[in-house]
Write a protein that binds this ligand. Structure first.
Ligand SMILES: NC(=O)c1ccc[n+]([C@@H]2O[C@H](COP(=O)([O-])OP(=O)(O)OC[C@H]3O[C@@H](n4cnc5c(N)ncnc54)[C@H](O)[C@@H]3O)[C@@H](O)[C@H]2O)c1
Length: 314
């Protein structure tokens, strides 16, 4: 399996594909992009204009980045020299089935074939392939040029060599890959996110807090904690010197009682409409670009602070 990465193909250049394109080119790869959207050239240009400063802030060499991004005539043209293919088309198993059959046929035999799919596991779209050994999920969080995690999820027929090569690749482009050994809908990150979102919607539906105040609770407490320690280390520390054992045997008992009472939002059409209007009332006076710019600026500040703290430790 390949361990040298020079050329990447990006298939599908929407929200995720454009961000991957910038990240890969920022790490010196030639990136060949395929997407039938008529405004592809403009979309790539504006993504590079927006994301290149983010990459420079992460210390990457961005000179000539645009020269490393090539618009391919079609999928076969995008993948013909690829060491790695990152697929970011519509979240639809039939689409991915057809596309991966083409990728297996057209990409070089050593190329890794990765899908950004948020919820569809590789096994769901590789059944018809004679060889699925190099197909697997590389699920990022939006935007992948900033958020480090990539969930690496092999399908039933993915080889161990491909899993190891995917880990190497994502490390090569500065990401933090985590290998998940069982396919489960939503993988790990989105399951955690959805468990939290379900309770957040419930609390707003019940009139306990407004969407804006719920976001304030999160960003002023768990958001900060979880950028530094995950839920398990957080609880280990929460137990004091007695650690996780003390936490589980002491406060854990009352926490467990709470599990039965966690919310199931009704999300009837009326409740959903009420929630949408409440979120729009909170944030609708700013444009998408303004909100995204603020989010990205703060995320870069957090990443840079964490990076400095890690350097101080070493
Ligand atoms: N948006 C997110 O937050 C997010 C996060 C992680 C993973 N993902 C996953 O990434 C994938 C892409 O999501 P997105 O949000 O970027 O979607 P998107 O709708 O923004 O982009 C999809 C792109 O695929 C293109 N496309 C359609 N048919 C194609 C074809 N035949 N060949 C090449 N390109 C084609 C479309 O023109 C579009 O530009 C999905 O599988 C999604 O689940 C999304």
């Amino acid at each position: 399996m390949n361990t040298e990465f020079r050329t990447a193909a990006v298939i599908g250049a929407g929200t995720i594909g454009l961000s991957w394109t910038a990240l890969f080119a920022g790490h010196g790869l030639t990136v060949r992009v395929s997407d039938p959207r008529p405004d592809l050239a403009e979309a790539i240009q504006s993504a590079l204009d927006e994301f290149t400063p983010h990459l420079a802030q992460q210390g990457l060499e961005v000179d000539g980045i645009a020269d490393r991004v090539v618009i391919a005539a079609d999928i076969a043209d995008a993948v013909r020299d690829a060491d790695v293919v990152q697929e970011n088309g519509p979240e639809n198993a039939e689409f991915k089935k057809d596309l991966f059959a083409t990728l297996v046929r057209e990409a070089p035999a050593h190329a890794l074939l990765l899908s950004s799919s948020s919820a569809i596991p590789a096994t769901a779209f590789t059944g018809g392939l004679a060889d699925a050994s190099r197909v697997l999920i590389g699920h990022p969080f939006n935007p992948p040029h900033l958020i480090p995690l990539v969930e690496v999820v092999p399908g039933g027929r993915t080889s161990d060599e491909s899993v190891a090569a995917a880990v190497d690749f994502y490390r090569f482009v500065g990401r933090t890959p985590v290998v998940e050994r069982k396919e489960i809908p939503g993988f790990v990150g989105n399951r955690l996110q959805n468990a939290l979102s379900r309770e957040a919607i419930y609390l707003v539906e019940q009139g306990v807090v407004t969407p804006e105040d719920l976001d304030k609770v999160m960003t002023n407490s768990l958001g900060i904690r979880w950028a530094t320690v995950g839920p398990f280390l957080g609880s280990h520390l929460g137990g004091g010197p007695g650690g996780y054992r003390h936490m589980a045997e002491h406060i854990g008992k009352s926490m467990k009682k709470m599990w039965d009472g966690l919310g199931k939002p009704s999300q009837s059409p009326e409740e959903q409409e009420r929630l949408i209007e409440a979120v729009e009332k909170a944030y609708g006076s700013s444009t998408y670009s303004e909100l995204a710019e603020t989010r990205d600026r703060k995320q870069i500040a957090v990443l840079s602070a964490l990076d400095s703290a890690a350097k101080e430790e070493n």
